[in-house]
Write a protein that binds this ligand. Structure first.
Ligand code: HEC
Length: 151
């Protein structure tokens, strides 16, 4: 009997948590398909190239100081989802990249990447994600372990 009561309580708890999260849920959030070619053009015109190279894409080399630059794409331990990339672009402070060392992270309390939200169109944002996403690929599990110091 006690067990049944516990299970009911747990179920109700989960339900309550679910309800609370519901209004902020991004589960049904969808953007239309982007155009990668236009995304590359936006990447250049918005001057993302000042700080970023993109794996497998021929672009002028970044001109910003090294601490402010980051190579995008390539093999990563944690794949970037559509949501990760969107968030990185429109809310850089939230998505501080795990590509930096802890020392670099400590020096950067805020992201050197400024907000583009007032100058970037929604279409550019959609196209930027379509351009960047295919440049990421998943590291093989063995290399993920080595990257994290596991022999
Ligand atoms: C002043 C330099 C600078 C500029 C300009 C800049 N970024 Fe960034 N960006 C960064 C840095 C540094 C990071 C690493 C995370 C952090 O510190 O915010 C980053 C992170 C990112 C990430 C997440 C990368 C990952 O693998 O997690 C994406 C995506 C990104 N930038 C896209 C863009 C796009 C698109 C533009 C142009 C609209 C842009 N950035 C302009 C410096 C810049």
């Amino acid at each position: 009997m006690k067990r049944v009561a516990l299970v009911c309580l747990a179920a109700f708890g989960l339900f309550a948590v679910g309800c609370k999260d519901n209004v902020k849920s991004t589960r049904t959030f969808r953007l239309p398909e982007g155009n990668a070619v236009n995304g590359q053009a936006a990447f250049v015109s918005l001057q993302c190239i000042r700080c970023h190279s993109v794996a497998g894409v021929d672009l002028p080399p970044p001109t910003a100081p090294a601490l402010k630059t980051l190579a995008l794409g390539g093999k990563v331990a944690r794949m970037r989802t559509y949501g990760d990339l969107l968030t990185s672009i429109i809310h850089p402070e939230f998505a501080l990249s795990d590509a930096r060392s802890p020392e670099q992270q400590a020096k950067l309390l805020t992201s050197p990447m400024r907000s583009f939200n007032r100058v970037m169109t929604v279409q550019q944002l959609i196209d930027l994600v379509a351009f960047l996403q295919p440049s990421y690929s998943q590291l093989e599990p063995l290399y993920v372990m080595q990257e994290n110091g596991i022999p």
